[in-house]
Design a binder for this molecule. Sequence first.
Ligand SMILES: NC(=O)c1ccc[n+]([C@@H]2O[C@H](COP(=O)([O-])OP(=O)(O)OC[C@H]3O[C@@H](n4cnc5c(N)ncnc54)[C@H](O)[C@@H]3O)[C@@H](O)[C@H]2O)c1
Length: 349
Amino acid sequence: MDKRDPSIYIIGAGGIVNDAHLPAYRLAGYTVAGIFDIDAAKAQATAEKFGICAVYGTLADLIATARPQDIFDIAVPANHLPAVLRVLPEKAYVLMQKPMGMDYEQAREILTITRDQQLVAAVNFQLRYAPFIEAARQLMAAGAIGDLCDIEINVNVHTPWNLWKFLYESPRVEILYHSIHYIDLIRQLAGNPRAVFAKTVKHPLMKELASVRSNIVLDYGDWLRANILTNHCHIYGQGHQHSFIKLEGTLGAIRIHLGVLMDYPHGQTDKLEYVTLQEGQPAQWQTVPLEGTWFPHAFIGSMQQLMEVVAGKRPHPDNTVEDAILTMACVEAAYRSGGQQSISFSDIQ
Ligand SMILES: NC(=O)c1ccc[n+]([C@@H]2O[C@H](COP(=O)([O-])OP(=O)(O)OC[C@H]3O[C@@H](n4cnc5c(N)ncnc54)[C@H](O)[C@@H]3O)[C@@H](O)[C@H]2O)c1
């Protein structure tokens, strides 16, 4: 490896770093040079598992070791983000886990910090880079479905929320921590909505959590329907669980089975099928072979954005905070909507 190549310094050694960040970087061949967690035992255990040679006792020590071209990879609960970002050096490269703060106000605070310190900062909205999304994007670019006119993301699964202890203290759960990925994806595919209408509700068997089921309508006017429907509380076996992204166009459709959410965390294999209508022929669906999945492969894509900026291949990451703030604005609109009224996107900014 060239000495000028960036190394990754990890801040936070929790579940997602172990399950997705580090397996992804191993697959991609990225160098992870050091790790820090306020829980030293977690940092040590993670370092041993993934062969990371430096475990730092303080964040300051980790920062002091990193070179200007290195990348800070932050995976701590959202409310800790401002404090960590503030101590990073000016012009540092940084990837932070989603959500970009607990709410839109904190997202604005984070954006201000990144601007003041001239950080090259990206948010880990990695669903954008999942192999099935890349494949769908290629099909759409090749004209396989014509003009996009219907987006539906529909999840009816049993999500073991108990895996994420910090959620029990969070006033917002489902949209902020889960559907946020779908909102970000829909923005990627269709641009910013004109307005957002949402109703998100709690579950009587999960009283200790904030709302865990959501209906979200992103308003794109008269020609494009964009809906997200999530129920994470389907505890009645796998027979009737489902989890899919469906994209319909004027000429065809794409349907993606999201395997990772089924029987979580074991998961199932993803599947991407598509159809392009041929005049006079019955609709014939085809399956596109996929290599890799959301966890961990999509996490390569988020980091690759920063790697490419460091290498001078792109001016800024596609998942930059300047774009992520707009996903956070949609999330804020969804919560403020509260099932009562749709909130204009421009009212949030
Ligand atoms: N698909 C995804 O993108 C995805 C999936 C899961 C979690 N996440 C996000 O990643 C973040 C972490 O989630 P997790 O599941 O790993 O949680 P976790 O609770 O397993 O791990 C968080 C870790 O951060 C450490 N920590 C807390 N404050 C810190 C600080 N100031 N400095 C250093 N370390 C600190 C904790 O000790 C803990 O080890 C959350 O914001 C979550 O929303 C994203």
